[in-house]
Design a protein around this ligand. Sequence first.
Ligand code: AMP
Ligand code: GLY
Length: 424
Amino acid sequence: MAGKVVLVVGGGGREHALCMELNRSPHVAELHCSPGNAGTLHLATNHSISATDIDGLLNLAKSIGADLVVAGPEAPLCASLADRLEQVGIPCFGPVAKLANLEGSKLHAKQVMRAANVPTAAFHVLSSSSDIDAALDDFSGNPWVVKRDVLAGGKGVVVTQNRQEALEFIQSSIESDGQVLLEDFLPGEEASMLVIMDGSGYVCLPASQDHKRAYDGDEGPNTGGMGAYCPAPVVTDAIRQTTIETIIEPMHRYLLSGETPYRGVLYVGLMIPESGEPNVVEFNVRFGDPECQITLPLVKTDVFEVLEAAALDRLSELDVEFHNLFATTVVLAAEGYPQSPVKGRLIHGTEQKVLQSSGVGAWVNHAGTSYDEQGRLISTGGRVLSCSAAAPTLEASVKLAYELIESIELEGSHYRSDIAFRAL
Ligand code: AMP
Ligand code: GLY
């Protein structure tokens, strides 16, 4: 097989993790990333086209002769990147816009789940003509969960015990978006299941757990994710089986029913109550960030082969294998993250800390990083990088990840010191 040209779209920690895996594959002759970061620069040719410039990305894919485009974030997929690539015959890992709407619209996702009989929280759709007080009464006794029906980069959900706060968020959301969702509160523990899917089948990756709050003990504001570990023991074999039967199978059937099958990864956000019967909290149409950073390294099969197969509806021909290891990642966030991250500061201590071959070890996943004109590594985002490690036990992977993060210097930065502790 001639060497393949692959374009990864995006520029965060997830995309660095994708580039690390693709770079390891003997099939990949040329790796490109747009826009990428300081980490991807060592593995791929970075391009300056943003992940939302669909025309620019299409031209780039054509000009480099891409054999496969791997979409990192959801925004280009919701803006029809996969549809446009399909028109010019370039395989894409990531679904067409109609299916990406599972993440683009939370209301659409709820309607799909209702139609497919997939367990999820009860909900009201509220607009200016709704009786908001009656709806709040309906779900009283628990915190209120209010969700905007737009792509809001993790800032569209409020979970609060304060009725006034819930009411105000409902009103402001209706004002800006026309409608909003009010959901019944689901108690339990959260976990993420990433499922690679295509028209021929699906492969469930080991379940992981993210830490969305900024500070230790799940305190502070919601973030994109402050750290994660995989596999998460909360997803026992029995819960995994129930998830497959009640959620993955019906969703896969639904996602095959249209003109174009779902080709990519479905991120299933689960809430697991004591009963062990999981509910879906959310769907994303992409790898989680930072879940990707600790899930992909546990895939023993060549990741290029898996992603390419999914883009070509050949997943069922593969026997995907996994390493019998645990992986943990801890995010180093900039001062002021998530409210107003300070950017442009020097980062020290990341040199050489890149795992060269898959297996046991520790490595840095770059996210909001770049090189300045003098070639110095600087921070350019809220989540600057994450320190990841894989080891035969969860404890050992946590220890390695923390040893690595303690050796990195970035003025004012912060990280959670309790990643994975719930499972230990
Ligand atoms: P989402 O963007 O839908 O994943 O929501 C963000 C976060 O809000 C989730 O990760 C949960 O921690 C929380 N959440 C969302 N929906 C619910 C729910 N129905 N019950 C309890 N917590 C929820
Ligand atoms: N880490 C959560 C997400 O990627 O949505």
